[in-house]
Design a protein around this ligand. Structure first.
Ligand code: HEC
Ligand code: HEC
Ligand code: HEC
Length: 289
């Protein structure tokens, strides 16, 4: 249920045409195999994505030029649009029907009228095909070709000093978190302290996995991704919590506030960013077995 809600929320943010969302039963199947040849590793570059830029540049260009009364370039763009859209329609047989070549031709020809009203009207049915395919296929394509899999990621657990996979590490981190809250409710503060110690070490170790996927910083004033979810502020919250425990009379108010901060700023926010596509990948892997 939760997964559905998260996906529905993502869907709502992403898609310009909400009417096209099949909200009731949004099913995410893997993209057709024939798309593989347009993405690494089969293709050197993500050719499908590039073709989209071609289509989109030509399509959008028509409207830019139309506004400027630059009809020569508008007509040129209309031609390039029809070519690139038609070409793409031949690439993935399973997606053939998601293109509307008649509507595309109609739109392309409408530009010769130099009549913005006619052109806009003719663009509607074309734009619908973009939105319909995107609302169905963005998530599958992102999950398959863009989101690195966590499968190969190993983390050395700092407490048991063993290598383990991401999920098992998460279970240990999560277990420490539970030990903290359960024991606090039972006023077993020594146990809370011990669990907080382990928790702190594990959160710190989690930083070692970021670079497996976040390979390079792209901006000049690069803020490391490690400033999020696993940053020093989170460690400090745990440190303060430990200090308060050491007094022997920790404040329940402060404790639960810290727990909530960690839970939202670290666990929840990281899960919201990283888990949706991972969950899709895992659901596919399971249905394959
Ligand atoms: C048959 C399906 C399909 C149709 C029709 C389609 N697209 Fe796409 N489009 C995709 C997929 C799949 C992606 C995601 C590509 C990726 O992330 O690698 C995409 C991505 C895009 C992107 C984003 C590229 C990026 O860098 O993330 C743009 C822009 C785009 N399409 C424009 C259009 C326009 C404009 C139309 C209609 C004129 C259109 N598309 C029609 C499937 C389609
Ligand atoms: C399995 C691969 C994977 C791992 C491991 C991973 N990330 Fe990401 N993360 C991604 C992808 C994919 C995105 C989407 C945008 C992108 O590619 O940067 C993302 C997005 C983010 C973003 C959003 C802003 C941005 O820079 O893209 C932050 C912040 C982030 N990750 C932090 C982290 C931190 C901190 C860690 C380590 C504790 C981490 N990630 C580990 C794959 C990963
Ligand atoms: C760096 C980002 C990141 C942070 C921070 C993080 N997690 Fe996770 N967590 C993940 C990812 C990614 C997965 C999915 C791993 C997989 O399925 O193999 C995951 C999976 C889990 C799971 C496995 C069960 C499930 O929901 O699928 C649990 C439990 C969990 N996390 C608990 C926590 C708790 C508790 C915290 C905070 C104390 C936390 N995580 C912090 C990224 C993070």
């Amino acid at each position: 249920m939760k997964i559905r809600l998260i996906l529905a929320a993502i869907a709502l943010c992403l898609f310009v045409a909400p009417k096209l969302i099949f909200a009731g039963d949004y099913i995410i199947s893997p993209p057709p195999k024939s798309l593989d040849q347009f993405y690494p590793p089969e293709s050197k570059t993500p050719r499908w994505t590039k073709q989209m830029h071609k289509i989109s540049g030509a399509f959008g260009g028509v409207f830019v030029d139309m506004k400027e009364n630059d009809w020569k370039n508008a007509e040129d763009g209309a031609k390039r649009f029809l070519e690139s859209y038609t070409e793409a329609s031949k690439w993935v047989p399973e997606w053939k029907d998601l293109f509307d070549l008649k509507a595309a031709q109609n739109f392309s020809e409408s530009v010769a009228s130099h009549d913005p009203k006619q052109i806009k009207k003719a663009s509607g049915p074309v734009a619908k095909t973009c939105a319909k395919c995107h609302s169905k296929n963005y998530l599958p394509v992102w999950a398959k070709y863009h989101m690195p899999s966590v499968k190969k990621i190993k983390i050395t657990d700092p407490i048991v000093e063993e290598e383990m996979n991401y999920k098992d590490f998460m279970y240990r981190l999560s277990a420490n978190f539970k030990e903290m809250t359960v024991n606090f409710s039972q006023e077993q503060y020594m146990k809370v302290f011990q669990a907080a110690n382990h928790f702190q070490k594990r959160i710190k170790e989690l930083r070692s996995v970021c670079s497996k996927c976040h390979v390079s910083e792209w901006s000049r004033s690069a803020v490391s991704v490690k400033q999020f979810f696993v940053n020093d502020d989170i460690l400090e919250v745990v440190q303060d919590l430990k200090k308060d425990l050491a007094t022997g009379e920790p404040s329940p108010e402060k404790f639960w506030e810290s727990i909530e901060t960690i839970s939202i700023q670290s666990c929840k926010k990281c899960h919201l960013v990283h888990q949706p596509l991972t969950l899709i990948q895992q659901a596919w892997a399971e249905s394959e077995n």
